[in-house]
Every structure is written in C-alpha cells, then in structure tokens.
Design a protein around this ligand. Structure first.
Ligand SMILES: [Zn+2]
Length: 155
C-alpha cells in the first residue's frame, strides 16, 4: 500500500466549521494550514484517516494545542487507526471532546469482521448482532477498554 495523500475538506455549517480529514498523517503532513480557518466551534471528522506514524502523532498533538486556542473542538467518527493511536497516546484527544468513533468487531461463529460507529455516552457493553449470521459480535480486545475510557459510567 502506498502513501495516502493528506487532504482536508472544509464545510461550513452555520457557526460550526466541519473539517473532513483524509489520508495519512506523517512528517510530510501540513496540519498548520488548517489553522487559517476561523470558527469558534470546529468538528473534525477523522473517519478517512489511514495511517499515523510517530512523527504524525507528534504533529497532531501540537496541532490540537494550537487549534484549541479560542475554539471548541469535537472529534467525530474517529477511524480505528486513530483510536488505536489515541489509546497509546492520550494527548491525541486532549482539549477535545470525542463525539463518535469506529470500533472493530468480529463474529466468532462466521468470521465476519466489521467496524461499527459508536457514540460516546452509549453503552459499549451492548453486543451488536452479526449482519451475516445474527450471532452477537465480539469487540476487538481494545474496543472494550476505549469504551470505558470514554464512557466511565458503563464500567
Ligand atoms: Zn456471524
């Protein structure tokens, strides 16, 4: 797999600015360019973020520091790769509130694997059903721990 070029699509929704990010975040990614957008409330959609290397994590954390200055930040539809990094580096979600994220699930019976969007505040202990065979799906090992991290009430 080659490198996925980083792109940002900015959409205005009244007072809120929605930044839809796409591609890889690494040492070549210019996140600073996103700071030119003026808005008091920013939603960052991370569903299309592919890979984030360690240089990318560093850039992301510094970007959040700058971006959160005078702005309310919400992270939406975080991809599984982003979530996996945030589990190791909690600063990846510092100064933000996480609205929703993708968690990996698999079916023990038929082997189906899929990613499901979970909203924070939902009960992560709930087991969704396999779309193929109807058996309850099992969350990937870290999925249950991030659920607890984001929604302490369900633990
Ligand atoms: Zn199944």
């Amino acid at each position: 797999m080659g490198r996925e070029v980083f792109r940002c699509n900015a959409v205005r929704d009244g007072e809120t600015l929605r930044l839809e990010l796409k591609g890889d975040i690494d040492e070549q990614t210019d996140l600073g360019a996103l700071l030119k957008h003026q808005a008091s409330s920013v939603v960052i959609d991370l569903s299309k973020i592919c890979r984030i290397n360690s240089a990318g994590c560093h850039r992301w954390v510094r970007f959040l520091e700058a971006m959160s200055n005078g702005r309310t930040l919400r992270l939406s539809r975080c991809s599984t790769t982003f979530v996996a990094q945030a589990m190791m580096i909690p600063n990846m979600i510092a100064r933000t509130s996480v609205e929703s994220l993708y968690l990996p699930y698999w079916c023990e019976r038929c082997g189906e694997e899929l990613e499901l969007l979970s909203r924070t505040g939902e009960d992560f202990q709930q087991k969704p059903k396999c779309p193929r065979c109807g058996d309850p799906l099992t969350p990937d090992s870290y999925a249950s721990s991030i659920g607890v991290l984001l929604n302490p009430r369900s633990s």
